[in-house]
Design a protein around this ligand. Structure first.
Ligand SMILES: C[S@@+](CC[C@H](N)C(=O)[O-])C[C@H]1O[C@@H](n2cnc3c(N)ncnc32)[C@H](O)[C@@H]1O
Length: 272
């Protein structure tokens, strides 16, 4: 897959941004995995793993008796993942360069983790069906996907942030994705034979001193340039957007984009 095919890009700066984003979201991911019962000895799929920051944490949790299968279509991201897994000595991560929309997942698994992937999938129903196909009966799938990207607002309102957010959503839709894909997820899960176990909203109101602030701020700083590259705005406006969240008054607040945590379980075979 070329960098042009993926709306957010796959360069080194995007690898770094995904690392920062994972650090901000790490506690929420760890809590979700704990609640879902992901533990030692399990085989866990990281679906759309990117450069594998979550995969590395999952590899430590499942331990030497378990394994993490990182499925990702970007060779550049997988190279970054292989590199880091090697440096960390995590030899229980299996890397698969695969389009999870196009092809079924071959590895039988106890659990699956899928974060910020379905928003970019041309056919999310197929991805969910492929996850369900790989899970053993009783296996669990944990999703963190956007339910209301438009909830990302500033207090007081900031027109640059509002325009950036709208262009982001438009760019994802025009590249075949859907930002608020979590709204469709419960139906997609049911159709694939996965029963809903739990849901939870993940949203914060933070100030510039909070570490969570850095997640949308870093996205705006890097993605404004990407939107200019894709022809959604001019260089001057992109420059203004890039710095918009870096120098704000300390009493400014931000409502973060709403992510839905959705946990589902594969139906057991009916006993005969
Ligand atoms: C925003 S990144 C999130 C990466 C990672 N899940 C995380 O939470 O850090 C979205 C990832 O999904 C991957 N992706 C999107 N569609 C895919 C597909 N059809 N097959 C495999 N990977 C896909 C992209 O290449 C990218 O790495």
């Amino acid at each position: 897959m070329s960098d042009k095919d993926y709306v957010l890009g796959t360069n080194d700066a995007e690898v770094d941004r995904l690392g920062l984003q994972h650090r901000v979201w790490r506690e929420k991911a760890l809590a979700a995995w704990r609640r879902a019962g992901i533990g030692p000895g399990m085989t866990v799929l990281d679906v759309g793993a990117g450069p594998g920051f979550a995969a590395a944490d999952l590899a430590e949790i499942v331990g030497p008796e378990g394994r993490v299968v990182a499925l990702e279509r970007s060779g550049r991201f997988l190279a970054a993942l292989r590199d880091r897994a090697g440096r960390l000595g995590l030899d229980n991560i299996v890397v698969r360069e695969q389009d999870v929309c196009a092809l079924p997942i071959q590895e039988p698994a106890d659990a699956a983790w899928c974060r910020w992937v379905l928003s970019f999938a041309a056919d999310p129903a197929r991805v969910v069906a492929h996850i369900a196909g790989a899970l053993r009966p009783g296996g669990v799938a944990v999703f963190h996907e956007y339910a209301d990207y438009g909830s990302w607002r500033m207090m007081p309102p900031d027109p640059l942030v509002d325009r950036f957010r709208e262009l982001v959503m438009r760019s994802w839709r025009e590249s075949g994705g859907e930002p608020d894909i979590a709204l469709r997820l419960p139906r997609l899960l049911a159709a694939a034979g996965l029963d809903l176990v739990a849901t939870r909203p993940l949203i914060d109101i933070v100030g510039p001193a909070d570490v969570t602030w850095r997640w949308p701020a870093a996205f705006m700083a890097s993605n404004a340039a990407r939107l200019a590259e894709l022809g959604y705005l001019g260089a001057e406006e992109a420059g203004a957007m890039a710095g918009a969240l870096e120098a704000v008054s300390p009493d400014t607040l931000m409502i973060t984009p709403l992510v839905a945590e959705i946990v589902a379980r594969k139906r057991e075979e009916p006993s005969r």
